[in-house]
Design a protein around this ligand. Structure first.
Ligand code: FAD
Length: 471
């Protein structure tokens, strides 16, 4: 599908029409800049889109909105108005045949151990406290064991983390733990359980915002506003080559109306970093750089089930770390908003299978994947196969940037390589290879605009310097 006519030269060409690209385009238009978005998919929204099938609406893995930043929340309310719901968060993890609240708090963690295992856990904690303190935190495993002990690591942290990332915890960077685990150790966890902090970590909030008809309302509202302001969005269009020229860039595009070349003074890339490097003209060394810097993304297979059943569970998300399940997480969209299902008598499930394109499950036929999911859900009593009215499946090769050991140095080198083009900017989660949720992506765009247009009356609120709390 092609939308809008190109109007020649742009101030900014934006590669990728996810939250990052669309937020950037919309705010640039508000600043009086000429901006165009190039999206290779048939629709905008990227990872934050909501797919609609026969009246069932599915996010690509349930997406909740949460931010501690009042400016970001104001911006979102301004965008969505009354369509922004507040939803209670109920998450559980299935461990050893029991469902326990998630994220795990210290009191629930203790109840998950037998008295003997409890003694072992306490011993392993004290052992780690006294023997591991001098070792640097290189890996995720180091970070967690040092703070929680080996027993807690093996029971709670390792199984789900390794399922999500597909690599051992010792090959995952400690940055990941530092960023995602809300509590920095057992003593802070005890203090937190006695006196919860006024601002819980983002991983532990009990309520969140959710757009009435799915998270995809956010990119959709941005796209509508871009078009209303005369901005350009091309969907179904792939850039095939980027060439730096005096005064900016030429980008060759292939889309439904053939091949054309567009020019812009500045380029914003929100697409996978490897893809960007390969697009840079061959004489610039981009192709070789993409092999050298090797920044890997984790893939995700989303299975969507439409069910003739009123409800499956009361959970927003349920986590399944154990290897007997092919999937790692489920969500029930009806528990997020009643508008996610065609009527109250039915429900649906979004099921996430973490896998890379080189793993066998990635190439299984859709029916085989769905059969495996349905039979495993039937075994735990969540549904019976006859209740599955319909199913759909999507494969996302770039769902998560992988913080494997050494990624920090390789990312820094890639950025250094790209710094030869000061008018080329990386933004967003996929484009800048940083694990950010959408609120972090929006802040990233605001921060860029603050730096790029310091003297202008900003249409977006000014934000403090980045402080590392991405999500
Ligand atoms: C399973 C899962 C659950 C999540 N849950 C939450 C949550 O609960 N809350 C939350 O806030 N965030 C959540 N997120 C994160 C959120 O989805 C992202 O932060 C956000 O969508 C990233 O936006 P982006 O624009 O940076 O990247 P993307 O969404 O990846 O956008 C990049 C865009 O570029 C396009 N593209 C790729 N290659 C090309 C190319 N060569 N040419 C042109 N276009 C191209 C893609 O099609 C895509 O539209 C979740 C993510 C996942 C995977």
């Amino acid at each position: 599908m092609t939308e809008d006519r190109p109007s020649g030269q742009f101030d900014f060409l934006i590669l990728g029409g996810g939250v990052a690209g669309l937020t950037a385009a919309r705010e640039l238009l508000r600043l009086g800049q000429r901006a165009a978005v190039i999206e290779k998919g048939a629709d905008v929204g990227g990872l934050a889109r909501t797919v609609v099938r026969d009246g069932f609406r599915f996010d690509l893995g349930g997406h909740r909105f949460h931010s501690h930043n009042p400016a970001v929340l104001r911006w979102l309310r301004d965008l969505l108005g009354d369509d922004l719901l507040t939803v209670p968060r109920v998450s559980r993890i299935k461990l050893n045949g029991r469902y326990i609240p998630y994220p795990i708090t210290l009191p629930t963690a203790i109840t998950a151990f037998s008295p003997l295992q409890g003694v072992q856990a306490a011993a392993s904690y004290f052992l780690a406290r006294f023997s591991e303190q001098k070792r640097p935190d290189r890996s995720f495993e180091d970070w967690v064991i040092r703070r929680f002990g080996r027993a807690m690591y093996g029971r709670f942290f390792q199984p789900y983390t390794e399922k999500v990332w597909g690599i051992p915890g010792r090959e995952l960077s400690a940055d990941w733990a530092a960023q995602r685990i809300g509590l920095p150790g057992v003593w802070p966890a005890i203090r937190h359980s006695l006196r919860p902090a006024a601002q819980p970590p983002a991983t532990a909030v009990s309520r969140f915002y959710y757009p009435r008809a799915g998270f995809g309302m956010i990119p959709q509202a941005l796209a509508d506003d871009i078009r209303a302001r005369g901005g350009t969005i091309l969907t179904g269009t792939t850039p095939t080559r980027i060439t730096a020229v005096p005064g900016g860039f030429e980008v060759t595009l292939r889309g439904p109306s053939g091949t054309q070349t567009w020019c812009a003074a500045e380029l914003i890339a929100t697409i996978p970093l490897g893809a960007l490097l390969r697009l840079l003209a061959s004489d610039s060394g981009g192709e070789a750089a993409s092999r050298r810097f090797r920044l890997n993304y984790r893939g995700l297979i989303c299975v969507f089930l439409a069910l003739d059943r009123e409800r499956v569970s009361g959970d927003s998300w349920t986590y399944f770390p154990e290897p007997e399940f092919i999937f790692g997480r489920t969500h029930e969209p009806k528990n997020w908003s009643l508008d996610m299902v065609p009527d109250g008598r039915c429900t649906s499930l979004g099921v996430e299978i973490f896998a890379n394109p080189d793993e066998p499950v990635w190439s299984w036929p859709e029916a085989q994947i769905v059969d495996a999911v349905v039979s495993q859900l039937a075994r735990i009593g969540w549904l019976s196969p006859e209740e599955v009215r319909d199913h759909w499946l999507l494969r996302l090769p770039h769902a998560y940037p992988i913080y494997d050991l050494g990624y920090g140095e390789r990312l820094a080198q890639a950025r250094q390589f790209l710094a030869q083009w000061p008018r080329l900017h990386l933004l967003g989660r996929t484009g800048s290879f940083r694990y950010m949720n959408s609120d972090g992506v929006i802040e990233d765009v605001f921060r860029f605009l603050d730096a790029r247009f310091p003297a202008m009356e900003m249409a977006v609120p000014s934000l403090p310097e980045e402080d590392g709390r991405w999500a």
